[in-house]
Design a protein around this ligand. Structure first.
Ligand code: FMN
Length: 306
């Protein structure tokens, strides 16, 4: 409670002290940002995507600034599950915020195996599954663009842990609500929406792509209207908790996501511009609720009027 305002939220069985979460891939494993902000003021932080074995990711250039956003093609570079447990859990276990572990994989079994290993760690309160990864066994098709694969990943991960399972949906599909529906049917606790949109950028003098990978994921304010529409589409069609993200820069954006259906929000690109944005958004939400005479932030969720 801050000023008698209840900022706590429940996302399925996951209880957070407030709805502001730092998004995967934008704050490393937490220690990278801990000197620049007070992580204990946040609802949760999501780790960089972890795979079973370490991954080097793509060669540079991996990040390009765009109008109102950025493109990234990091290629899921990460230290792997084993090193994460050894090197990062001791730091994360001391933080007074919830830790959500994000998982990436190149096969359905790898997702389940990562979760089976990590679920033994008390520090990890929930799993977020990044399905925007190529399915190596199925010729590189992105899991998140194949509804049967999304169902299977959810089912297998669900069987591997009792902790909350959040599936992070790709916006690069025609009917995002049907993906949220299979997550619910297979026992997922929540969805997060959205991951990045596919984009590219070229140098007009060399005529070469600016990213080594040619295409990358577009994030930042440029994608906010798309993200809001995807959250709204899920909210109107499927009864499942939603964590909204995509271009949130300030508390007003967070309120907008909650009104269209999000139970909580994540901040990604803004962390590169203002590492203290999360704390400022928590304070902004609290002041807004006071001004509006609303005593619980959770009562904002899905209250849009059409
Ligand atoms: C540099 C960078 C790296 C990212 N890495 C990951 C990742 O490892 N796993 C993941 O699920 N999402 C990753 N994302 C996506 C973000 O978590 C988020 O879904 C997306 O950026 C949209 O939110 P934003 O507009 O607030 O940044 C990354 C985004 C950026 C900008």
């Amino acid at each position: 409670m801050t000023n008698n305002i209840d900022l706590s939220v429940n996302i399925g069985s996951l209880k957070l002290k407030n709805p502001v979460i730092l998004a995967s891939g934008t704050v490393g494993y937490g220690n990278e940002i801990s000197n620049l902000t007070d992580l204990s003021k946040l609802g949760a932080i999501v780790t960089k995507s972890l795979s079973l074995k370490p991954r080097k990711g793509n060669p540079p250039q991996r990040i390009v600034e765009t109008a109102a956003g950025m493109l990234n093609a990091i290629g899921l570079a990460n230290i792997g599950v084993e090193e994460f447990i050894k090197e990062k859990i001791p730091f994360l276990s001391q933080l007074n915020t919830s830790i959500i572990c994000n998982i990436a994989a190149s096969s359905i079994d790898e997702y389940a195996e990562c979760v089976r290993i990590l679920t033994k760690e008390d520090t990890i309160k929930a799993f977020e599954i990044n399905i925007s990864c190529p399915n190596v066994k199925e010729g590189g098709l992105i899991f998140g663009h194949d509804i049967k694969a999304v169902a299977k990943v959810t089912e297998k991960v669900r069987a591997a842990t009792d902790k909350p399972v959040i599936i992070k949906l790709s916006p690069n599909v025609p009917d995002i609500a049907s993906y949220a529906r299979v997550v619910k049917e297979e026992g997922g606790d929540a969805v997060s929406a959205i991951n990045t949109l596919v984009g590219t950028s070229f140098n007009i003098y060399t005529r070469k792509p600016k990213l080594f990978n040619i295409t990358g994921g577009l994030s930042g304010p440029a994608i906010k209207p798309v993200a809001l529409a995807k959250v709204l589409e899920i909210k109107r069609n499927v009864d499942i908790p939603i964590i909204g993200l995509g271009g949130i820069m300030c508390w007003q954006d967070a309120v907008e996501f909650m009104i269209v259906g999000a139970s909580a929000v994540q901040l990604g690109t803004v962390n590169f511009i203002n590492p203290n944005a999360g704390v400022e958004i928590v304070n902004g939400l609290s002041d807004y609720l006071t001004k509006m005479s609303i005593d619980k932030v959770s009562s904002l969720t899905g209250t849009f009027v059409i």
